[in-house]
Design a protein around this ligand. Structure first.
Ligand SMILES: *Cc1c(COP(=O)(O)O)cnc(C)c1O
Length: 367
């Protein structure tokens, strides 16, 4: 089976982790600071605050932006649950807008109609490795004085308009094992705003500037030096790994037939956290790929507003036509950098064969 993800751990990771284990300083320390500095430089922002996960990065960015009870945050439902659950953890209410069909990301054209006097922030998701339309969304956030928090958990190194994901407002990254880089578990908040960064650092560690002096009630959202050591080795490999993902995606774009392949926004650099196609009879399509030894992933089969966890919160009557359509059509195929050229050829053959068996999908979006 060609798996949908295959995290690669080399000697660099082992040596750096061993260095931390031998040093005896395991918790947040020099390696976390080094990862923050190098990640900030890579993204192109002055500040980066490491966290225990992508979920705590989002939670921290919301709290550090002053989001709380009574507030509304505009986000999407076509995402991993953490984009919405962290808004609820902050005490605010997620207000879901639909996504654009070609790019799977927040439709900026729907935002102004969704803004109320309670709206405090916009939280777009840069899904599958492509930035949301951050320029358009950022302009709307500026015009209405709203905070901008980008869920960049899947877009390490992605760009739009010459700027990287994570350079608008607060960027929230995940270093979960399947992401474009990993620290096993971990995350990062990136920002150009020194006050936001300072507030995030305080809230990350019990509201503490001076030891055992607590200026506000904070959390323990820290990363450990053990995880940062893995992250440092992985960050060094990220550009080459992203380039390999893009190279595989170019082959898929050129050679897949009978399926809808991903659309790259003009001026964007897509780093293909996932290569997600749209197909007819999706579940059967995925099953037939598995029979041909090609692993698949469905991201995501149930939109956030339809999740059991959000039942009773008033989303029962909400209808998001594009989101609901996409959840029935999407399937992701392996695009990770450790795929051999032979494995890529196997994936292409399998997808084209299954598309022949099940029939082509009508392109829903006019070219
Ligand atoms: C992975 C992911 C998260 C959460 O990150 P964790 O590190 O797993 O907590 C949040 N949002 C999106 C879109 C993700 O893909």
């Amino acid at each position: 089976m060609i798996p949908i993800a295959r995290p690669q751990m080399g000697d660099e990771e082992k040596e750096l982790v061993w260095e931390v284990l031998s040093s005896g300083s395991l918790a947040q320390g020099a390696k976390v600071r080094a990862l923050e500095e190098r990640f900030a430089a890579f993204i192109g922002v002055p500040h980066a605050v490491a966290t225990s996960s992508g979920t705590t990065a989002l939670h921290l960015a919301l709290l550090a932006s002053g989001i709380g009870p009574g507030d509304e945050v505009l986000t999407v439902s076509f995402t991993f649950i953490a984009s919405a659950s962290t808004i609820l953890f902050s005490g605010a209410r997620p207000v879901f807008v639909d996504v654009e069909e070609p790019t799977f990301t927040m439709d900026p054209g729907l935002l102004e109609a969704a803004i109320t006097e309670r709206t405090r922030a916009i939280l777009p998701v840069s899904l599958y490795g492509q930035p949301a339309d951050m320029q358009a969304i950022g302009a709307i956030a500026d015009r209405h004085g709203l905070a901008l928090i980008e869920d960049a958990a899947q877009s390490h190194g992605a760009e739009v308009g010459g700027r990287r994901s994570g350079t608008w407002g607060a960027g929230c990254f995940s270093f979960y094992p399947t992401k474009n880089m990993t620290s096993a578990e971990g995350g990062m908040v990136t920002t150009a705003d020194p006050e936001l960064a300072e507030q995030a650092r305080l809230l990350r560690e019990h509201g503490m500037r001076v030891r055992y002096q607590h200026d506000l009630l904070g959390y323990n959202f820290r990363m450990t030096d053990v995880h940062a050591a893995i992250g440092l080795a992985q960050l060094a490999k990220l550009p080459a790994n992203n380039a390999r993902r893009m190279e595989i995606a170019r082959r898929y774009d050129a050679e897949l037939r009978g399926v809808i392949t991903p659309t790259v926004r003009p001026g964007a650099v897509h780093v293909y956290h996932q290569y997600t196609i749209r197909v007819v009879r999706r579940d059967e399509f995925a099953e037939r790929l598995r029979e041909r030894d090609v692993g698949t992933g469905i991201y995501y089969p149930i939109p956030a507003h339809r999740q059991e966890a959000l039942r009773g919160l008033g989303y029962e009557g909400l209808h998001l036509p594009v989101t609901e359509l996409l959840t029935e059509q999407v399937v992701s195929i392996p695009v990770h950098p450790s795929l051999s050229d032979d494995e890529v050829a196997t994936v292409i053959e399998a997808v084209n064969a299954v598309a022949d068996e099940l029939g082509p999908i009508e392109a829903a979006v006019p070219a």
